[in-house]
Write a protein that binds this ligand. Structure first.
Ligand SMILES: Cc1ncc(COP(=O)(O)O)c(C=O)c1O
Length: 411
């Protein structure tokens, strides 16, 4: 069981600033151990990696490589070479879309399937690549709750489908899709399956082999790690056979000038996909964050957040019709996210009201404009999202301050 009241002590922004932090879906807080690991590394072992024969550089390279291994184990990858470090989820998906295009795996007449519920990070890269390649994006529509109509997937899939890319958990409704059954259907037509794990990897046990997907993208900053590091995971035999779209330092074994041509012998994965100086300190911090999550256990993390979600839905429902919760209300189908609107009240005003109670929430369209339009919430919503350091008293504070707002509006 997660003891949120004890864990809170590890997070200075809560223990020292008294913040009621309900915005972990944007970026989580960082525990002292993560902050400390990065500081110690920078003070004692920092150097560029894979570029020096001196001891500090070798130490830094070892720490950087070990971080790949820690992340690989965390997501059930077969080997650390399958883990590519990027800057964030957005860059991971962008890198993948470009890679597939460069390697002629997306071309004229092909189709890429995404859903109307996607975060822009998993929509715009595909829309842009489709435009360049002469391919077409096809959308899985959402129902009135903003849940993708997966029952329509088989109608949308065809022999033209090259990629099916979808968010494992919605950053607006928290809805968790059944990735494995979707992957199985997509594989039947020979499509590659790309999972946007930005909102799932930090909150549930994700095992890439169990889910049977081909690629997964996620961000360090949403899972207690620092910003500036993200992950793209792909199967090794796949990565080995792909040419990277971004060349540069660290991506090659040897470059030669032959008959006036620049000949490139690419490095093995993951290095050929990590162009330029990588996020070295951030990798150390991310490994520490994974260690912290593993010490709690991902099943416990999930259970804790489910129970908070259930409690939040119940608490907000007590406020009556003034508050409309977006998406499904059954907590067993959701991760720790509850978004809501209050009539025509501007979500940013609600956010500012809550801030006056030291409560941090996200307001606006959450980079999911189409989903908000489909939910009839075109001016956006207020999102409360949870993590291991949230307890029921945070939800009570949210509820009570919203109740005050309702009373003020009714005066
Ligand atoms: C579902 C989803 N995908 C992608 C992203 C983008 O993550 P990042 O900003 O770290 O690239 C987010 C961020 O909120 C998200 O919620």
């Amino acid at each position: 069981m997660v003891d949120c009241s004890i864990l809170r002590g590890d997070f200075p922004e809560i223990s020292e600033r008294g913040l009621v932090f309900l915005d972990s879906a944007a970026s989580s807080l960082k525990p002292r151990s993560v902050i400390g690991s990065m500081r110690v590394f920078m003070e004692s072992s920092y150097a560029n990696v894979h570029r020096g024969a001196y001891r500090v550089s070798l130490e830094a390279s070892k720490a950087y490589e070990e971080a790949h291994e820690v992340v690989a184990k965390f997501i059930g990858a077969r080997s650390w070479e399958e883990v590519v470090f990027t800057r964030n989820t957005t860059e991971s998906i962008q890198l993948l879309a470009l890679t597939l295009y460069y390697n002629k795996l997306i071309g004229r007449g092909d189709e890429i399937v995404v859903t109307e519920a996607e975060h822009h990070s998993n929509m715009l890269p595909w829309a842009r690549i489709a435009r360049i390649a002469g391919a077409r994006v096809r959308m899985v529509p959402v129902n009135s709750e903003g849940v993708p109509r997966w029952d329509m997937l088989e109608e949308i899939l065809s022999e033209k489908t090259r990629v099916v890319a979808f968010g494992h958990a919605s950053n607006v409704t928290g809805y968790l899709s059944d990735a494995r059954s979707i992957a199985r259907k997509a594989h039947k037509v020979g499509a590659l399956v790309v999972l946007d794990g930005a909102q799932s990897v930090p909150h549930v046990k994700v095992d890439v082999r169990e889910l049977e997907v081909d690629f997964i993208a996620f961000s360090g900053h949403k899972m207690l790690g620092p910003s500036g590091i993200g992950v793209l995971w792909g199967k090794l035999d796949f990565l080995e056979n792909l040419e990277p779209p971004l060349g540069g330092g660290g991506t090659v074994k040897r470059v030669k000038l032959e008959g006036g041509d620049i000949k490139i012998d690419w490095e093995d994965p993951p290095w050929k996909f990590e162009s330029g100086t990588p996020p070295i300190v951030e990798a150390v911090g991310l490994a520490k964050a994974v260690e912290y999550l593993e010490s709690i256990g991902m099943r416990e993390v999930e259970e804790h957040e489910r129970s908070l979600t259930e409690y939040t839905i119940k608490s907000l429902e007590e406020l009556g019709e003034r508050v409309r919760i977006l998406g499904p209300k059954d907590p067993s189908r959701k991760l720790g996210i509850v978004s809501f609107t209050m009539g025509t009240l501007d979500p940013s005003l609600i956010g500012a009201w809550l801030d006056s109670y030291n409560i941090a929430v996200r307001t606006g369209l959450h980079c999911a404009h189409i989903l908000h339009d489909k939910l009839g919430a075109s001016q956006g919503s207020v999102r409360a999202s949870f993590y291991i350091y949230n307890c029921r008293d945070d939800v009570d504070k949210l509820r009570n301050s919203l109740e005050e707002l309702v009373k003020t509006l009714e005066k």
